[in-house]
Each structure stands twice: as structure tokens, then as C-alpha cells.
Design a protein around this ligand. Structure first.
Ligand SMILES: Nc1ncnc2c1ncn2[C@@H]1O[C@H](COP(=O)(O)OP(=O)(O)OP(=O)(O)O)[C@@H](O)[C@H]1O
Ligand SMILES: [Mg+2]
Length: 368
């Protein structure tokens, strides 16, 4: 049954994703309240903040007394909080938990029949023999921390035992993943509402540098067959897990056109920000619709659109000329109101229109 207009949606986390979810919810006649410890939370511009830690029982009680349903924009909420909620959590705690631990995530993806890169679960207690065997079976690879990694943090490229031992000691329990020679990175989203209706996004192409998303593009260069397979993987997962809410899959396309799932997020995603200005439904509206059990429709931009991330510039005096950017036709600037820190995600720019590719290149140059 759909959530009544005027009801409140609770959101765990109050970063930029929460900010844009709150706007989308407001447009559909819902109020939002969010739990977030950061006193400078981006979502506070559009939503009511409960400023407390994610395990603060009084704060959780307060959120649940305001909200009829809970969703999230941040997957590292402690499991006891997710599991102890009285209100429906969408996506469910079990899905959120998987997404916050790479070991569980990879196993669950494999169990649902989705392909992932070859990997081994490793622990600092493991002896040299185990580590050496993992290295010789996988070749050099990426050691990724099991929990709390983001934007390439908690990752190290390792090619011999000494490097592996050192990185494992630093990171703690991790997954060693074979480095795959992808031709491109893609993302795809699926939403499913409690009534069982499923909607798929268009497939987005992503460019990362140093583990951080720099730029996304729709439509992707990938063939229609590859795009259809990506969507099929997302659909399979949503049905296998009886998803309620929205999730994003990050994918690698290999030279032979096959796909591997890199990771998943139980929520809207940085790459999907281009849906705000490409025409069609935004990822934020779709997550809200799914959470509120409203009708869902497939969602893809109606025109070509580029998304360029505005990352914290290297030093304060290198601040980019945002006024110059605002003078370029077809550019849509989104700022999150966050304090500057090098490489921090401070905003993004969507570019559309007849000269989108050229202007996107200019925007990228301005934001260097
Ligand atoms: N097995 C791999 N082979 C080749 N490149 C990889 C592999 N794993 C990760 N990468 C590169 O590093 C990027 C970041 O990796 P990943 O998505 O696992 O990290 P993250 O820190 O969780 O990032 P985020 O959560 O911000 O997406 C990928 O988008 C890709 O460009
Ligand atoms: Mg990633």
C-alpha cells in the first residue's frame, strides 16, 4: 500500500545523496527527517536533522516516532541499528549488511548467479602460505578492506608477499581481488517496490581516476546487447533478494563483452546524478517511489548527458572558477554546501545540449 501524502520518510545519513532524496520526497508531498552526526550535513538544507550517532538509541527512537518508513543514503550504518528498527527499512537490513561487507557481498552476488572477479578472503592472522597461494592463483591484485572502504580508500595494489602482508596488516580483514583488464566501467540501477513492481535504469558509463569517480556519461559506448545484459543482472538480483527500494550495481565490461559485478550500493549512486538533468525520472525520485510503494517506471535520460564531479581542489588557492562554468550553456551546477578538503566530493556538474561533449571537456578542464 502506498505511503500517504504528508507522511514522513526517515533517512539514515545526511550527505549529498540525502540532500537530493529529500528534495525528491518533498516534490511528491512527503516530509523527511534524517539521522546524521555531522553538524554540517548537506541534507539539512531540505530536511529535518536528528543530529546524533548512528547507534544513539534516543535518536533512533525519535526518528521512528517521526517517520513511517526508513531508507538510507549511507550503507555503513551499524548492523544493530538497521536490525533493530521497528519501522519498515527499505532496502531491508539483510541487503544493507551485505553491501557494507565485501566478503558477504561477493558471496551473495555469486549465490544469486552474478559474475564477480576472482577473489580470496584474507585475514591478517593468515599465514604466509595462504597469502602466497592467493597471490599465485590470482596474480597481482587489489587488496580491498572488507568494511568501510569508499572512493578508493582502504585499497592497495599488491604484487608480492611483502606488499600483501604490509597492506593486510594496515587494512585488517580484506578481499584480494584479481585486477581485471576492463574496457569500460558501467553502472545500472534497479528499483523494486513492496508490491513487487520492478524498474530499471539506463546503463551509465563511468570513468574513475585513482579509485574516485570523475565523470559519467549517458548513453554509454557499450553495445545494446551488453546494456541489456547489465539490466538483466540487476533485475535478477532485485527479484532474487525481493528488493524493496533501489540499488546500484557497478560493473566491469571485459574485452569480450562479458560483465563482472564490481560492487553494489543499496541506494542512489554518484553516477546516477546525471539523471537529474537528462530528462526522465531522477534516481532520487525512483528511490522515493520504491520506498513509498508508488508505481515505478523504467528510467533513463531522454538525451545525452555528462556528469563531472567537482572534487576538492588540491590547495585553497587553486579554487576553480565556478562563475566561468556557470556561463557555459547546458551546464547545471549542483553544490552540496560541504567544506573544502582535497578530493572530497563537493558537487557535480551535469552537461546537456547540442554541444554537450565539447562543453563537458571544458568543464572537466575548469575543474582540474
Ligand atoms: N578488480 C579490479 N580490477 C581493476 N580495477 C579495479 C578493480 N577493482 C576496483 N578497480 C578500480 O577502482 C575503482 C574503485 O573500486 P571500488 O569501487 O571497489 O572502490 P570503493 O572505494 O568502494 O569505491 P566507491 O565505493 O566510491 O565506488 C573502480 O571503479 C575501478 O576503477
Ligand atoms: Mg565503487
Amino acid at each position: 500500500m502506498s505511503l500517504a501524502v504528508g507522511s514522513t520518510i526517515g533517512i539514515l545519513g545526511g550527505g549529498q545523496l540525502g540532500q537530493m532524496l529529500a528534495v525528491a520526497a518533498g516534490r511528491l508531498g512527503y516530509r523527511t527527517a534524517f539521522l546524521e552526526p555531522d553538524p554540517l550535513a548537506p541534507a539539512a538544507s531540505f530536511s529535518r536533522q536528528i543530529q546524533a550517532a548512528f547507534d544513539d538509541e534516543d535518536a533512533i527512537f525519535q526518528l521512528e516516532s517521526l517517520a513511517q518508513v526508513i531508507t538510507l543514503e549511507f550503507e555503513n550504518v551499524p548492523a544493530p541499528t538497521l536490525e533493530g528498527l521497528e519501522r519498515p527499512l527499505r532496502p531491508a537490513a539483510a541487503i544493507c549488511r551485505l553491501a557494507s561487507d565485501r566478503r558477504l557481498e561477493k558471496k551473495a552476488l555469486e549465490q544469486a548467479g552474478l559474475p564477480v572477479a576472482p577473489y580470496r578472503v584474507l585475514d591478517p592472522q593468515d599465514d604466509d602460505l595462504v597469502l602466497q597461494r592467493a597471490l599465485s592463483e590470482l596474480g597481482s591484485g587489489l587488496l580491498k578492506t572488507a568494511t568501510l572502504g569508499y572512493d578508493g580508500h582502504g585499497q592497495a595494489r599488491v604484487s608480492d608477499l611483502a606488499e600483501l602482508r604490509e597492506a593486510l596488516g594496515r587494512q585488517g580483514p580484506s578481499v584480494l581481488e584479481q585486477e581485471v583488464p576492463f574496457t569500460r566501467e558501467l553502472s545500472v540501477q534497479v528499483a523494486r517496490n513492496p508490491s513487487g513492481q520492478v524498474a530499471l535504469s539506463g546503463v551509465i558509463e563511468n570513468l574513475h581516476e585513482g579509485g574516485i569517480l570523475r565523470r559519467s556519461h549517458y548513453p554509454p559506448q557499450a553495445s545494446p546487447q551488453v546494456q541489456e545484459r547489465a539490466r538483466e543482472l540487476a533485475r535478477r538480483l532485485a527479484n532474487a533478494w525481493s528488493l524493496e527500494g533501489l540499488l546500484t550495481l557497478e560493473l566491469f565490461e571485459l574485452p569480450d563483452g562479458s560483465l563482472l559485478v564490481n560492487e553494489l550500493a543499496p541506494r542512489v549512486h554518484n553516477s546516477g546524478h546525471l539523471s537529474l538533468d537528462g530528462g526522465g525520472f531522477s534516481q532520487f525520485e525512483i528511490q522515493i517511489r520504491a520506498v513509498c510503494d508508488l508505481p515505478l517506471l523504467d528510467f533513463a535520460p531522454e538525451r545525452e548527458v555528462f556528469m563531472i564531479n567537482l572534487l576538492g581542489w588540491p590547495s585553497p588557492e587553486q579554487e576553480p572558477d565556478l562563475a566561468a562554468l556557470l556561463r557555459l550553456p547546458g551546464t547545471h551546477l549542483h553544490l552540496y554546501g560541504k567544506r573544502w578538503r582535497p578530493l572530497r566530493k563537493l558537487g557535480h556538474v551535469n552537461v546537456t545540449g547540442p554541444q554537450a561533449a565539447e562543453i563537458a571537456a571544458e568543464v572537466s578542464a575548469l575543474l582540474r
